[in-house]
Design a protein around this ligand. Structure first.
Ligand code: CAA
Length: 390
């Protein structure tokens, strides 16, 4: 188990991946984070290198091009990457949790070989497309349609907020095959971006995680062969939700990385900056903020590790870890925002300046409370599971 001053000890394998991710993030990601944040360009070169390091398919077995490691390895690595840059972490999270994980659970052997292997190796970019302009939190109400014609489905519609949309090679698309059945009429398809009828539309001008390019996607009579259906007809909503449980552990780890970066910068600044003849950390107003940041960070870590173990358990028992994942994401994302906000305040004017990454942590933290389940949706999920009431 693990870690970081809590009396737990990581295994040598876990320490190894944590160190590999930390070293890579320090050397390859930190120096370019501000530049890519400014431009909003997708950092393809570093993502390919992350693929070579095994970071784009951490839980994918080695025979499918992945690193063959467990969920704890994944969250440890993701946390380190996100400490350097949350955009790189988002891309890593989508490819691991929302793309590969769907294939591991629902893909045929042929689908795994053709689509998951290149994504796990980082040679191709995967994406997940559930949201539509009029269907976000209420994910079962989408307007896009897939109509079967012989051995193909004809897909039409508009999707939004697709992470990696401007560059993805393969997209896991959720759309309606039988709208009258509502969420039970949703089906999942593997989309090849090279095929006609697939259009990359408006790129979102975002506040944070700007390098993890996000866009709308449009489908105009896109012909999807039946063999590219993932799972059965009508199974798509359950598939999307199963995969989002894994995704939420990824977002929680991302939030933890941001929170830690904000905290470490704040401790260093509190020890160095002087005001009224003292280090500012000697003032209780600052010291208590640091204490609250640290406590929330370590509590987040425990919830994330708990969710990682629950996800491992699912592999053996099939017992869902929806509750653990929702609690981890809810608490860690609110912690990231708490810490980033405190970090700006502790740094004062310098926290507001683009000369330091503090204002970037503040902008990057916000999305963790929104995507892959808003804090409000997560509170709903948790309370429904605990009370049995709806
Ligand atoms: N695992 C497996 N099955 C699940 C499940 C889970 N975690 N959650 C729900 N289900 C199943 C239920 O068992 C139910 O099955 P039956 O039809 O057999 O009864 C079915 O799904 C419907 O469940 P609910 O009745 O609970 O559905 P609902 O409509 O009341 O609410 C919700 C579900 C929790 C609100 C869900 O819609 C939700 O999580 N919404 C948020 C969606 C979200 O996170 N979107 C962000 C996508 S991220 C993105 O797009 C950006 C990106 O690139 C990263």
């Amino acid at each position: 188990m693990s870690a970081n001053g809590l009396g737990f000890t990581l295994s040598d394998e876990h320490k190894m991946i944590q160190k590999a991710a930390r070293d890579f993030a320090e050397k390859e990601i930190k120096p370019i984070a501000a530049e890519f944040d400014e431009s909003g360009d997708f950092p393809m070169e570093t993502i390919k290198k992350m693929g070579e390091m095994g970071f784009m398919g951490i839980e994918v077995p080695e025979e499918y091009g992945g690193a063959g490691m467990d969920t704890l390895s994944y969250v440890l690595a993701l946390e380190e990457i996100c400490k350097a840059d949350a955009s790189h972490g988002t891309i890593m999270s989508v490819n691991n949790s929302l793309f590969n994980y769907a294939f591991l659970n629902y893909g045929t052997e042929e689908q795994k070989q053709k689509y998951m292997v290149p994504v796990a190796k980082g040679e191709k970019i995967g994406a997940y497309s559930l949201t539509e302009p009029m269907s976000g939190s209420d994910a079962g109400t989408m307007l896009s349609r897939a109509v079967r014609e012989g051995d193909e489905y004809i897909i039409n519609g508009r999707k939004s907020w697709v992470t990696g949309g401007p560059v993805a090679d393969y997209i896991l698309l959720y759309t309606m095959t039988e709208p009258e059945k509502k969420h039970r009429g949703v089906t999942a398809f593997i989309i090849d971006a090279e095929q006609p009828g697939f259009i990359r539309a408006k790129k979102e001008p975002k506040m944070g995680i700007r390098a993890s390019a996000t866009s709308e996607l449009v489908f105009e009579d896109y012909r999807c062969p039946v063999e590219n259906r993932l799972g059965e007809e009508g199974e798509g909503f359950k598939l999307a939700m199963t995969v989002l449980d894994a995704g939420r552990i990824g977002v929680a780890s991302q939030a933890l990385g941001i929170a830690e970066a904000a905290y470490e910068a704040s401790v260093a600044y509190a020890k160095e900056r002087e005001s009224f003849g003292k280090k500012i950390g000697q003032f209780q107003g600052v010291g208590f903020q640091l204490a609250d940041m640290k406590t929330r960070i370590e509590a987040s870590r425990l919830l994330i590790y708990q969710s990682a173990f629950a996800k491992e358990r699912y592999k053996d028992t099939g017992e869902r870890y929806t509750l653990e994942a929702a609690m981890a994401k809810l608490f860690a994302s609110e912690t990231a925002n708490f810490c980033a906000n405190a970090a700006v305040q502790i740094h004062g004017g310098m926290g507001y300046s683009k000369e330091l990454p503090i204002e970037k942590y503040y902008r990057d933290a916000k999305i963790t409370e929104i995507y892959e389940g808003t804090s409000e949706i997560l509170r709903m999920v948790i309370s429904r599971l605990e009370t049995g009431l709806r």
